[in-house]
Design a protein around this ligand. Sequence first.
Ligand code: IMP
Length: 513
Amino acid sequence: MSLLPFSSQLVADVGISLGDEGKGRLIPEIANELRGTPAAVSVVLKVNGGANSGHTAGGIKLNLLPAGVVVRDAAHLCIGSGVVADPRKIWWETRPLEHKGHAILSRLLIDERTLVTDPLHRLLDLAWEDYRTKVLAEEPRGSTGRGITPAYLDEVGQWQITFADFHAGSNYFARKLAQRADRAMRIIQHVCRVSPATFAEFFDKLTAAELRANAEGIELGVFPKDEFDFTRFRGREPFTLELERLTAAYWQAGTALSKNIGEVRELILRELAAGHTIIGEFGQAYWLDKRHGFSPNVTASHTYTPEFFESAGIPVQRIHTFGVAKAYDTKVGTHTFVTQMADAHPLAQKLKQIEFGTSTGRQRMVGWFDAVEKGDVLRYGGFQDLMINKADALTYSGEWRGDLLICAAYEDASGKRYHHVPRNEAVRKTLRPVYSKHPGWTEDISQVRRFGDLPVNARRYVAAMVKSTLDVAYNGQLPGAAALPNLRYLGVGPEPSQIIKDVPATAELVKLV
Ligand code: IMP
């Protein structure tokens, strides 16, 4: 049985948990499905966030460029106005990829209103974490250290530098950057009360992070190591900078992109009129949304479908939302993770071997599939299709043969049940998961390509993930078949080919439970 085509030329690729769901691999899948049709994918638009997202597609890891890079026949790779982009980071990703034969510059269009971010935002990000832990004696927020919150603060604070500024004179840019630097140094020293030694260490931290992130570019001989040396921007005195050097590096990187800066909104309107499909690639996920997520462990952008229109700069219209999840949950940072598995659990030990953040390399926490979170995303965010990845990782290995768990509700100390995510974080933090139990399977499913060929317990577990999500979203009263989202893709391994695409339509699937 094959499902209907997508319900719009606009497709939003969004996470429905806390990031790292495998949104990158969805992009080539959608492109494959539409290739050769009039609605072929012509644009992949990065919608939100910046270099905090980590997408893996076709074996390539990307933080800032759209993962649509791997769709070689997508004519346009766009960066929307809702993104915060570091022009040097754009080069750090572009040049190694071009070296390996990917066409980037001929396809890249950065919107004029995209926000420019630079190492000052990254220093501030580190300084605010230092302030939280040392001055306030609180938990760190768990930021990726990519300067995301300070970058968006410059948007709401009306201190924007946008990519359009690289089309203007250098004096204007230098003045704005100098003002930004002055504010940053004062905040770091006087508000965050960072020590001189810690201030100096920030530059070493940034160097280490970018040496790690750009190891391949160095190995390929595309960049010398000192390209990533942030200590050359550190001034001789504490809380000072080599501002001229910083300004020159950023002016050079930004103006070198001059031909790639323009009107994303016009391009999208044109491609829509031509009948093509535009994929909106989102960073992070619903529960990391700055408004609806688990504050303060969230990112500073909007991470769900409505932001497509703001970032693209086009009218609100029908859009097809593709929600992406994993067959279990993972989190990075310092979140309260209601369904977290104990570290000693045999499955946790196995999953932890494959769960490291794409952008930072941090070990992810692992836990059971939380259908309450997913169901609320369906209810309040909405999605028409689902992709669930990494079902193969749940296959029994070693001695352990226990049940697989799905969180269908939460419970407080008095036994009161919660069927939705409480909006008060202080309440959420006190809750325990209520699980349904599902026997697992021993057969290797990574080579299975037809749903019917999966072991029966794997089919039942997949059906239970979907059914539990729907029960939360619709309070147990499922709507008619046509209104139900479908599980269009089930990932059973990291390779692009390791996907099952014939999962029965949801009304049929849920009968397996
Ligand atoms: P920031 O976006 O760097 O400020 O990080 C804020 C929170 O979002 C932290 O808990 C990060 O770990 C988390 N986060 C940001 N980007 C991602 C992502 O792409 N995947 C998973 N978590 C993310």
